[in-house]
Design a binder for this molecule. Structure first.
Ligand SMILES: C[S@@+](CC[C@H](N)C(=O)[O-])C[C@H]1O[C@@H](n2cnc3c(N)ncnc32)[C@H](O)[C@@H]1O
Length: 774
């Protein structure tokens, strides 16, 4: 590729000052980045900015070298030139700088050094040694004051100034003359960075449109001393082909197989491996912004910017596999968040209260990508119910603004914030007592992103109060001993209906109890609906005119023994609280329902399979979440805990709760719907609180289920009610009792008619009619 004439001109101009090309190259590269490739800024006044930057770099090296000397050239020169000692960054007139350069640069400016030294590398190493763990290190040329950080508050122009102790942020002066000649100010302000096609092998790796941060710091290069440095002249004879050509996983000079694999390239391996530049920008408000420039990208002729999602996924894969990081919870986004947090930690000596709040808010922003808090930040588990309490703490401190930030609408969560990687051997990532693998034999889709939790979590406002004091002696069995189910008379907890046990001694539901639950759900004769005076679902809509309650099914409860009971942990009346024990598998269905759950072993009738776990939301929160979220989201992951809703008196808003498993949930979120004759039935189970508004929604086998059968439950969905939080879908349950049959038929008709396939039409029509028993 032909050398860029502008680069060549810059080389020539600097050569006349006695500066080597390699040095010019390095500084020019940084300047181009800082100036958004605006050559005009670099070329004006005979490359003044470039020369300044080069000599300032030299100054820093020398200042570092001479620290501690009583008498040194810098001191002498400073006096001689009348520099203000407290302003080491102050730009000197070009003439003086040149003189300075002559003083400092002589040995290497005049003759080519046989073993070229990398100045930026040594600067950083020195800095690194001195600054370790404290101040960010700077090895950038000065930032022109006209470049304002996008992170700076509007109207408050903050510029960066390099000071001897690290980064110093200050307001720009009126004149702006400290760093640049006065007359350049308006010019710079008006100049818009233009996108110049600059493809010079000699210099540029990747020069993109950069937002120039307030302060730019580089990682401590000393930590990279074992790696080939980008600035290491030994390793980057830029433009020349090195001896480390790699083809089909060639071998490097040091004998290590090169990682290129199938990438056939003429670019040196060293360059392939050269570290990318990581820039960290901070604002005085404690915001942190990372930018990574991947220098080798543009040298690849067919390079196209991939999607960020894909980049993150591949990086995570590399971490998971190449670097043997086995934790599937690892996420690149989290890694970056940690970098930001560390930057704040190291860059902030004393954090006052208000900054602290801000830091928390920033963390939240970074965690969720939307100004919200990571739900698994701080939470308390109280036997089965995890309660997030950071909000309460913040409220106690009167930090309500931060508390508000904690409520993050689902739709605002970046996709990457939800764990998109699922361990193929255990989607539950060890949260359950058994491993739950996933498999897709149909296509290449992976399970959707969500956080696996094994116990429901209060999202924000739901009122779930779990205290021992609220459980009276009559609501538990303190005098029991051993196993309540093996006793001849069921204890207060173990009797479900009348004086009947809910569980058999082998851990299944008794037939009597199970059948009564099934018929209460399925049999219209036995179904008992209750109607609220003011239905929480309707109230949450905030409509002017409150609609009448659409009814809730009355249900039988199971009450399990718990911590206040006298029985032991293996008591037969503690089934749901022991969690999943069956071999289950998440799989991709072949009949268009997406992912589903199946059993890998035979399940006896009445066996407990799993409970429905998710975020505990009030119905108002659910309504709000649905309003804010993307209407195109097709899947619904809601279970209403409405067994206590049918009272005549209005239920407190905070007590009308439901479970949303869309972003936090367990394996039950994969169970598909089947109209009426599903093989699972959901039963409310009281465990740790006698409150009937919050309970565990547990799934039990309605019949014997064979290994490899898909597990289903009847969502109780009304396919014609589009005003319900449980969104209707086109049902493909295949049940002869399908309530969505009419719709299926319409779809078949449309499809068939448009295909004009009369034979198929009759077939489909027959199929539906024959099966439509209702
Ligand atoms: C709780 S999720 C079940 C898991 C879901 N299939 C998945 O891929 O994540 C409920 C969603 O699954 C789909 N679904 C469940 N049962 C279905 C059925 N019988 N027919 C068609 N789609 C169904 C619908 O999109 C529904 O909103």
């Amino acid at each position: 590729m032909a050398p860029n004439p502008r680069v060549q001109a810059a080389f020539r101009a600097m050569k006349s000052l006695g500066v080597k090309e390699t040095k010019v190259k390095r500084v020019l590269k940084k300047l181009l980045r800082l100036y958004d490739k605006n050559w005009a800024l670099i070329e004006e006044e005979s490359y003044r900015a470039l020369a300044d930057a080069i000599f300032e770099e030299d100054d820093s090296v020398d200042q570092e070298k001479n620290k501690g000397n009583d008498v040194n050239e810098d001191n002498l020169e400073g006096e001689e030139l009348g520099q203000e000692p407290e302003r080491p960054l102050k730009r000197l007139p070009l003439k003086r700088l040149r003189r300075g350069a002559e003083v400092h640069q002589q040995p290497e400016n005049i003759t080519e050094s046989p073993e070229p030294r990398d100045e930026s590398c040594s600067i950083s190493q020195e800095h690194g040694a001195k600054n370790k763990g404290k101040q960010p290190i700077i090895s950038e040329p000065p930032v022109p004051q006209q470049r304002l950080s996008p992170l700076a508050p509007a109207g408050k122009r903050v510029i960066s100034e390099r000071a001897s102790h690290g980064v110093c942020l200050r307001e720009p002066t009126e004149t702006g003359s400290d760093l640049f000649p006065k007359q350049t100010v308006p010019n710079h302000q008006l100049i818009k960075p233009k996108d110049e096609p600059f493809i010079d092998d000699m210099i540029m790796g990747d020069i993109r449109q950069y937002e120039v941060p307030i302060a730019v710091i580089h990682p401590d290069l000393s930590s990279e001393k074992d790696m080939p440095m980008e600035n290491d002249e030994n390793s980057k004879e830029i433009g020349k082909e090195s001896s480390f050509q790699c083809k089909d996983g060639g071998t490097r000079a040091d004998g290590i197989p090169s990682p290129c694999g199938e990438m056939e390239t003429n670019v040196s391996t060293m360059r392939e491996e050269s570290p990318s530049n990581l820039d960290v920008a901070t604002s005085p408000l404690g915001e942190v912004k990372l930018s990574l420039s991947c220098n080798s990208a543009v040298r690849r002729p067919n390079f196209r910017m991939p999607k960020l999602d894909a980049v993150i996924r591949l990086t995570e894969e590399k971490f998971l596999h190449s670097y043997k990081i086995v934790d599937p919870n690892f996420s690149v986004v989290k890694l970056l968040r940690h970098v930001c947090e560390s930057c704040l930690e190291l860059g902030t000596d004393s954090v006052d209260k208000s900054q602290d709040n801000h830091v928390q808010a920033s963390e939240m922003t970074l965690a969720n990508g939307c100004g919200g808090k990571d739900i698994d930040g701080e939470q308390t588990h109280v036997n089965g119910c995890a309660v997030k309490h950071k909000d309460r703490e913040l409220e106690d401190h009167g930090l309500t603004n931060v508390t508000d930030l904690a409520v993050v609408p689902l739709c605002e969560l970046a996709h990457d914030d939800l764990r998109s990687r699922h361990d193929i051997n255990d989607i539950a990532k060890g949260e359950e007592g058994v491993r739950i693998p996933w498999i897709n034999e149909i296509n290449s889709e992976r399970p959707p992103s969500f956080h696996y939790i094994s116990q429901s979590l209060v999202f924000h406002k739901a009122e779930i109060s779990i205290t021992l004091s609220r459980i009276g002696d009559l609501s538990c069995c303190p005098t029991c001993f051993g196993d309540c189910v093996s006793a001849s008379i069921p204890c207060a907890c173990a009797q479900a209906i009348g004086s009947e046990f809910a569980y058999t001694s082998t851990g299944q539901l008794t037939d009597v109890f199970l059948d009564s639950c099934i018929s209460m759900t399925r049999d219209p004769q036995k179904q008992c609906q209750v109607f609220c005076g003011e239905c929480p679902l309707e109230k949450s809509k905030n409509d002017v005119c409150l609609e009448a309650c659409k009814g809730h099914l009355k249900r039988n409860f199971i009450k399990e023994c718990w911590s206040k009971c006298g029985c032991n942990k293996s008591c037969g009346n503690r089934v749901v609280q022991r969690g999943i024990t069956r071999k289950l598998q998440v799989f991709f269905t072949s009949d268009g329902k997406g992912w589903g759950l199946r059993t890998l072993e035979d399940l006896p009738k009445g066996s407990f399979v799993c409970q429905y776990v998710g975020e505990i939301l009030t119905s108002a929160e659910l309504y709000e979440r649905n309003l804010q979220c993307d209407k195109s989201r097709k899947d619904t992951y809601i279970a209403l805990l409405d067994a206590d809703w049918g009272s005549k008196t209005a239920l407190k808003n905070e007590k009308a709760v439901c479970l949303d498993a869309s972003r936090y949930g367990n394996v039950a979120r994969f169970i598909n719907h089947r109209c009426l004759d599903a093989n699972l039935v959901e039963i409310p189970v009281e465990v740790e609180t006698p409150d009937r508004h919050y309970y565990h929604l547990a799934f039990f086998a309605t019949r014997k289920i064979d290994a490899m059968e898909e597990l289903t439950w009847d969502y109780g969905i009304d396919f014609d009610d589009h005003d319900n939080p449980i969104k209707p879908f086109q049902c493909r349950c295949g049940s002869k009792f399908c309530r969505n049959m009419k719709r299926s038929l319409e779809v078949v008709w449309t499809t068939v008619l448009s295909n004009q396939t009369i034979g198929t039409m009759f077939f489909c029509f027959d199929f539906n009619v024959n099966n439509n028993v209702i």
